[in-house]
Design a protein around this ligand. Sequence first.
Ligand code: ATP
Ligand code: MG
Length: 422
Amino acid sequence: MIQKAKGTYDVFGEYGKRLLYVEELIEGLMEKYNYEYFRTPIFESSNLFHRGVGETTDIVTKETYDFKDRGNRDLTLRPEGTASIVRSFIENKMYGNHTIPVKAWYYGPMFRYERPQSGRFREFYQFGVEVFGTDDPIADAEVISIPVNLYKLLGLKGIKVNINTLGDSESREMYRQALIKYFEPYINELCEDCKERFIKNPLRILDCKVDAKSEILKNAPKTIDYLNESSKKHFEEVKKYLDSMHIEYEVNTNLVRGLDYYTHTVFEVEASVEGFGSQNVLCGGGRYDNLVETLDGPKTSGVGFAMGLERLMTALDYEKVEMPLINGIDCYIIPMSENEKEYATHLCMELRLNGFITDIDYNNRNLKNNFKNADRLNSRFVIIIGEEEKNSNIITIKNNDTKEEYKVKYEELIDFLDEHIN
Ligand code: ATP
Ligand code: MG
């Protein structure tokens, strides 16, 4: 038997219904926020991610699915959404004054070669947004409000918003110098990856999963002490706007996030439920005022986040969040014999096109088994088509709960159902 590839999973049944509900809610919310739907290719030139995500990140050094196509091109399955959206923004010249800010949202599969475990897959889905062309802190706050409001709409309660700031390039550079000075004496006590990070990008040591609990990391300098005035002001305003939107948050001075491109605001939303597991970061994001330029676009500010759907679904299950899912069907049609199948099929189609959830017996079951099947499908009505019904155009329809039976003219059936359903 061929099995699914490691780190992937199938969607069906109740999970599928819950997932579709969440996806619809996301779509509706993005409509209200007036964001534009983007869909970019699942594979892109490998270069895009090397430069866009950053050469020193775990994603690029260890996790990408790289391949050559038959034309010998270097391609990569996208590990995240931001680089592709930035590419699309630049390639489609969306940076004209009249079009900005561009507020994009996306949803789709991402691929990372990681060690599969709970909350960590090799193919996983992300919902995310990117706002281009405004450096106003109001945009940072709006972006943070999106996941918070999605969780609120869903009824997910156990969440915690952590925010921090890295400051602008100047502040970041001062901070980088401070980190180098601080970490130098401890270099041999850090993990192998961190030794490498020390040379290439010391900021990323703070994001290390191996050394996460060490005192060395805990006592490291804080970004907040190295901010210049304008960076301080930006952060203060983000907080002010969050307050004005009644979004609760905590400033976590150790938060830096794994990607190279962040400036100013960074944030994460975690599931703060006892026992949820260590993969508890539901979404993360921040501001990246240099990324568009890094990818050869004109200097353009950006801010966004990405949310993992799998972890969200787990959190919703964990909190036993109920959803108003459609349960059961409206009509189940039983043709009594081969002779009535055509007539029944026509009726089935008619009901479906008039908005009723309708199913039909495909398997020539006997009447008893058909009624069992109607119960299994949780059908509100059962329609039996025999020779008499077919000839007279008068349909026998039975309420599957009350067992009450009605005779209804074919042309009055839709009205009858409209009256009796809902
Ligand atoms: P982590 O620290 O958990 O590895 P990350 O910093 O790599 O996360 P991002 O690249 O910012 O995460 O992705 C945003 C969100 O996407 C994460 O918060 C998480 O919910 C989800 N995510 C990331 N990697 C995976 C994965 N391998 N499987 C499932 N979800 C993931
Ligand atoms: Mg990761």
